[in-house]
Design a protein around this ligand. Sequence first.
Ligand SMILES: [Zn+2]
Length: 419
Amino acid sequence: MRKMFLAVSALALLGACAPKAAETEAAAPVEAVEAATPAEIHATLMVLDSHLDTPANLSNPDFDIMADNPRKMGSVQVDVPKMTRGGLDGGFWVIFTPQGPLTDEAYEAAFKAATARQDEILKMVADHPDTFELAYSADDAERIAASGKFVVLQSMENSYPLKLDVSNLETFYDKGLRMVGLIHFRDNQFGGSATDFTSPDDKGLTDLGKDLVREANRLGLVVDGSHSSDASVRDMMEISTTPVILTHTGLKSVYDHPRNITDEFLKEIAAQGGVIQINAYSGYLEELEDSPERRAALEQLKVEFEGVNPFTADDETKARYMERMEAINAEFPAPRSTFEKFMEHMLRALELVGPDHVGMGADWDGGGGVEGMEDVSFLPKVTERLITEGYTEEDLKKIWGGNLMRVMRQAEAAKETTE
Ligand SMILES: [Zn+2]
């Protein structure tokens, strides 16, 4: 976050060009070289995450975005002190809506909930104008990061709240929405999900979903294929005039899970200029087994709430469910993946498609975080590891934000040609 403007050649000395150090040292002041530790290099970069679920915390009276909140794995991992320590400049703050029934009444409720969530993001920025600023474009984001404030871009995870009318996208766009993810855990009015086992694997976008992609292009929004079935992502790639992004996804070649993608598919996405942002959600990183005690507690919970969808239940039921879930998590914590496993996904993606097509979307506050990288304050470790692997400062710039800015600029340019 706090830019240090160190000697630009310093990283080269640390990384692949280390053997040249002796000859360069003779010509350059030695202090400049000594100053650049990986942590210091990290601090000079614009560091963005493409999927911050933090807005879900904003209405919680126990949460204060300005305070160093006690960390809760998977749900309280981002606030100003942690962002400052981790050198995180901001990113896409998510308007997430859980998938509910495809009925008029449920659509209305989802629209209201998403609007309220977006208003909470706007209020966070309005309440702390010296700390946060809304970004409406890639230029905005870069200017804000350089000014020392935190960048607040907005994205939607699950377009379910847009009802059956794609023109509703513009309502959210007008208040700053710049990226749209069409689908979540289950199929919806826009298309097939990667994790809806009640429908065929090859279910792609519906006609309405295809229209939504066209509407996103018309308005200049980036299209996000995370959570969508491969067939839906293929439809997005075919229809969208701009590259598709996967804001929080991993690789099947590291862990074969429906939320991850194959090496071949990643190459196709990259060939179109698309980007994968690597997820740090334990259940998608590797096969993990609950302890017998946790399994028994979860079974018991299922019996207690039989037939209830906790996401769409009434407030009182939801609160009761969350309370029970938190108690179980505290007593019998969910097994966690590790920093090394997360890096395995990231390094594999980099090896396959290179630093122009890889970034990070850890799913902070949405279930993300692993042992060794428990909240955003640990982000310099990723930079350190990438430097150890030989990635240069130019590579790091792209990985940490440059690629996101590129796809945003492509979406912005498409808007201009459509108008
Ligand atoms: Zn997600």
